[in-house]
Write a protein that binds this ligand. Structure first.
Ligand code: SAH
Ligand code: SF4
Length: 455
C-alpha cells in the first residue's frame, strides 16, 4: 500500500511539473514514506532525517508521509524539528499543497497557479495548521481523489498495484493499521475495471488488487459488478476484473474469517486469476487467536486451506505469523509449529510481536522475553524452511508461466520474474525478453526461488 501511495504522489507531483528523482543528493524536496506496523519506525525516520540534514544541509525540504505521519502528527515537529511537513495517509493527494506552503514560508512565493488558487479557497483552510511554522495535513481524502498512477511512476512497467479497499475495520488487538489507515472504504468496481483497462492499454500484464482485507470488499454501488456472479462482492469483483482479459490477476491480503469458497471457485473458473492465496493465520493456537481477535479458529482456518489445497489449479498458499504475542505459552507456540507443518505453506512471513502503543494488546504487556521471541522465531523459520523445501520440490520438472520482469541481480545472463503462483523464477535469457510471458521448465529448486529454462 505504501509503494502504491508513493506512486500516486509521484504521479500528482509530476503532473504539477516536479521532476521525480531517487537520487537524494540532487533533490530539492525529500519525501519519506513510513510504516508503523512494527516498532522502531519513528527511530528509523529520525535517523534518516538526521542523515539527510547532515549530508545536504538545511536546503532540501523534508516531508513525511505514511502511517508514522498519520499517527504522530505534529509531535514529529518536536521530535525532529527539521521536518518541514507532515502528510497523513488520506492527505496524499495534497502533497503539492504542502510543498507550496513550505516554500512560501521559506521564500514568500507560491510555486504554481493551482496552489495560488487553492490558497484563496477557504475549503482548504480546514486542513492546515502552522503551529510550528511548519505544515501538517492529516485531513480526509478528497471525494474525487484520483487513484490512478501514470505509466512513468509505476515501480514496474508490467506489474501494477490497484487498490480496491482502503483502511481496516477488524481491530486485531496487536495491530496499528486501523488507527493509521482509518475505516474500510471500497472503491467502486467500475472505477477499478476502468483502471485495469487503462493499465492493459499501457502494456501492464499483471495487476495486484490490494487492500488490508481484500475480501471485505463492499462498495456502496453495484456499478461495474452487474452481471457477475458470486456470493460475495469480492468474488464478483474478481470475475469483473477477469472479464477485462488482462493476463494475470493477483490479490492480497485475504482475511481468513471472510475467505469464502466462492473466491476459490472464481480462481478455478478464470485462467487469468492466478493460483496464489496469501492467508495470514498469525498463530496456531485458538487461545492466542482469540486474544488477537482474529475472529477465526484453527478448525475454520484448516477448512479454508483444505479447500484451497484441494483445487485442481494447485493454488500456492502463503501466510503471516506472529511469535511471542502477550501470553503466548510454549504450548501455544507448539501449536503454531504443528499448524505450519500441516499447512505446507509455500512461504511465510514470520514476525516477532512488537507492542504498538494505543492497541489493546499493548495493555496486555509484552510478556514473552526478547530471547524467547528470538528462539521461537528461529525455530519456526527452520520448520518453515524444511516445509518449504519439501513443498517446492513439486515444481521440479514442471513448466510454469513466468512474467519476465528484470535482469537477475545475481547474473546478467539471467532474467528474473514471477510465476502465476508468485514464486520468484530465474532463467537463462536476454533483456529483450523483459515484459514477455514465458513457459519455463523448472530445473532447480532453491530455498526461496526456482530456476529453470525457457521451453
Ligand atoms: N491486513 C493484513 C496484514 C496487515 S500488517 C492481515 O490482516 O493479515 C502485515 C502483517 O504484519 C500482519 O499480518 C502481521 O503478521 C504483522 N503485524 C501486524 N502488527 C504486528 C505487531 N504489532 N507485531 C508484529 N507483527 C505485526
Ligand atoms: Fe491489522 Fe487485523 Fe486489519 Fe490486518 S485485519 S490490518 S492485522 S487489524
Amino acid at each position: 500500500m505504501n509503494v502504491s501511495d508513493s506512486e500516486r504522489v509521484a504521479t500528482d507531483l509530476a503532473s504539477q511539473g516536479y521532476q521525480i528523482t531517487s537520487d537524494a543528493a540532487s533533490a530539492d524536496i525529500v519525501l519519506i514514506n513510513t510504516c508503523s506496523v512494527r516498532e522502531k519506525a519513528e527511530q528509523k525516520l529520525f535517523t534518516q532525517v538526521g542523515r539527510i540534514r547532515q549530508r545536504f544541509g538545511d536546503e532540501p525540504v523534508i516531508g513525511v508521509m505514511g502511517c508514522v505521519a498519520q499517527l504522530e502528527g505534529d509531535t514529529l515537529f518536536k521530535s525532529a524539528p527539521s521536518i518541514d511537513f507532515v502528510i497523513g495517509t488520506k492527505a496524499v493527494g495534497r502533497v503539492d499543497e504542502a510543498i507550496s506552503n513550505v516554500i512560501k514560508q521559506r521564500t514568500g512565493i507560491l510555486p504554481n497557479a493551482r496552489d495560488a488558487a487553492r490558497h484563496a479557497d477557504p475549503m482548504f483552510e480546514s486542513h492546515r495548521s502552522s503551529k510550528f511554522a511548519k505544515y501538517i495535513d492529516v485531513g480526509e481524502r478528497e471525494i474525487d481523489y484520483d487513484w490512478s498512477v501514470a505509466e512513468e511512476q509505476r515501480s514496474s512497467k508490467f506489474v501494477a498495484f490497484v487498490p480496491i479497499i482502503e483502511g481496516c475495520n477488524k481491530f486485531c488487538t496487536y495491530c496499528i493499521v486501523p488507527f493509521s489507515r482509518g475505516r474500510e472504504r471500497s472503491l467502486p468496481a467500475a472505477e477499478i475495471v476502468r483502471q485495469v483497462l487503462t493499465l492493459m492499454r499501457e502494456g501492464v500484464r499483471e495487476v495486484h488488487l490490494i487492500g488490508q482485507n481484500v475480501n471485505s470488499y463492499r462498495p456502496t454501488t453495484e456499478a461495474g459488478l452487474e452481471g457477475f456472479k458470486g456470493s460475495t462482492p469480492f468474488s464478483r469483483l474478481l470475475r469483473a476484473v477477469a472479464a477485462t482479459g488482462i493476463e494475470r490477476i493477483k490479490f492480497t491480503t485475504s482475511f481468513p474469517r471472510d475467505f469464502k469458497p466462492d473466491i476459490v471457485e472464481a480462481i478455478e473458473e478464470n485462467d487469468n486469476l492466478c493460483n496464489w492465496v496469501h492467508l495470514p493465520v498469525q498463530s496456531g493456537s485458538d487461545r492466542v487467536l482469540k486474544a488477537m481477535r482474529r475472529l477465526h479458529t484453527i478448525d475454520s482456518y484448516k477448512k479454508r486451506i483444505d479447500r484451497i489445497k484441494s483445487s485442481s489449479k494447485d493454488i500456492a498458499l502463503t501466510t503471516d505469523i506472529i511469535v511471542g504475542f502477550p501470553g503466548e505459552t510454549e504450548a501455544d507456540f507448539r501449536k503454531t509449529v504443528e499448524l505450519v507443518e500441516y499447512s505446507g505453506y509455500d512461504s511465510a512471513y514470520i514476525f516477532k510481536y512488537s507492542p504498538r502503543p494505543g492497541t489493546p494488546a499493548f495493555e496486555m504487556g509484552d510478556t514473552v522475553s526478547e530471547e524467547e521471541k528470538t528462539s521461537r522465531f528461529i525455530e519456526l523459520e527452520r520448520v518453515q524452511r524444511d516445509v518449504q523445501r519439501r513443498r517446492l520440490q513439486r515444481y521440479l520438472g514442471r513448466t510454469v508461466s513466468v512474467l519476465a520482469e528484470r535482469e537477475s541481480s545475481k547474473s546478467t545472463d539471467d532474467i528474473s520474474g514471477h510465476s502465476t503462483c508468485h514464486k520468484v523464477v530465474n532463467f537463462r535469457g536476454s533483456r529483450d525478453m523483459i515484459g514477455s510471458i514465458r513457459n519455463v521448465r523448472i530445473t532447480e529448486v532453491k530455498s526461496n526461488s526456482l530456476y529453470g529454462e525457457v521451453c
